[in-house]
Design a protein around this ligand. Structure first.
Ligand code: NDP
Length: 281
């Protein structure tokens, strides 16, 4: 039976460290500040933004929400980003995605100052990650690495397979594993013999977005299985990409909920501290 990696507890430890740093900075008159932009009324985005604001408050980070109507123009949104780029009390800027269809998310990300890009989505930051010389890491892959580190799991020399190649999860995840000397394979919807490839993995990361996608026959006995997926099953219950029966085969597994999810917000808070430190040096 796999050992469950407790993302809630590890995230709580990261958040406590962030809080201590935020308090120390506040004492010096440099309270870290995060601006969160929400355009439109997507209910899932609303929940994410509320969670991020609450987490900031608990960590002693100042947060300011900018809620814009769905019909906001590209120019208005870019003007707000520019204003926030210039604000001294704001060190991190986050624009909650997805944006309404008429807005160009790439242009908005490109407009955020790379020094305040706490999501690490800006092309400059993506490039820094590729060459291994970075300030910020994207929150979800960084959260996965933190889970591995704090569970004393080394990926050095190991076969790591990442299922999914999105810009926000799969690709940076593969890069971070590579930086720690893993041998990395990235799989996607055109991968042939997916089952065999996955069965060769010492560490298997699933970032597909399909409930129960990873089944026990895809997992090497004793492997570390990291489930990034957040899905709803047929009964509407929150679940990951990994079939619960994988617990019988894996050595370690991250549960959903309570695995990678809590780490994503914890790493956002950590990135905000990093940004604030760099900008107030
Ligand atoms: P995307 O939809 O952008 O990417 C999904 C990836 O899965 C694609 O690369 C796609 O391949 C691949 N894929 C789809 N079907 C198959 C298949 N049959 N076989 C192999 N690969 C397949 O999703 P994201 O990366 O944004 O998110 C992935 C999951 O992680 C989602 O459930 C999302 O909700 C969750 N998530 C969780 C976070 C957290 O905090 N825990 C944060 C961010 C995301 P192709 O490129 O060929 O289409």
């Amino acid at each position: 039976m796999a050992v469950k990696i407790d993302g809630k507890a590890i995230a709580a430890a990261v958040r406590a460290e962030v809080r201590a740093e935020a308090e120390a900075m506040t004492k010096q008159g440099n309270t870290p500040g995060l601006a969160v932009i929400l355009v439109g009324d997507d209910p899932a985005s609303r929940v994410y933004v509320n969670n991020k604001k609450k987490a900031c408050a608990e960590a002693g980070i100042y947060s300011e929400e900018f809620t814009l109507p769905a019909e906001t123009t590209q120019e208005e949104l870019l003007a707000l980003v520019e204003e926030l780029n210039n604000r001294k009390d704001i060190h991190g800027i986050l624009c909650q995605l997805p944006l309404p269809k008429h807005l160009d998310d790439k242009a908005v990300i490109a407009a955020i100052s790379p020094e305040k890009d706490v999501d690490a989505f800006h092309a400059a930051n993506v490039g820094h990650i590729l060459i291994g010389d970075y300030t910020f890491l994207p929150c979800t892959p960084a959260g996965v690495m933190e889970l591995l580190h704090r569970t004393d799991i080394s990926v050095e020399g190991k076969q790591c397979v990442v299922i999914g190649r999105s810009n926000i999860v799969g690709k940076p995840m593969a890069m971070l594993l590579l930086h720690e000397n893993a041998t990395v394979t990235i799989c996607h919807s055109r991968t042939q013999n997916l089952k065999e490839v996955c069965r060769g993995a010492d560490v298997l990361v699933a970032a597909v977005g399909r409930a129960g996608f990873v089944t026990p026959d895809m997992v090497k006995p004793g492997a570390v299985v990291i489930d990034v997926g957040i899905n709803r099953n047929a009964e509407g219950k929150l679940c990951g990409d990994v079939d619960p029966a994988v617990e019988e085969v894996a050595g370690y597994i991250t549960p959903v909920p309570g695995g990678v999810g809590p780490m994503t917000i914890a790493m956002l808070l950590k990135n905000t501290i990093t940004a604030a430190k760099a900008l107030t040096k």
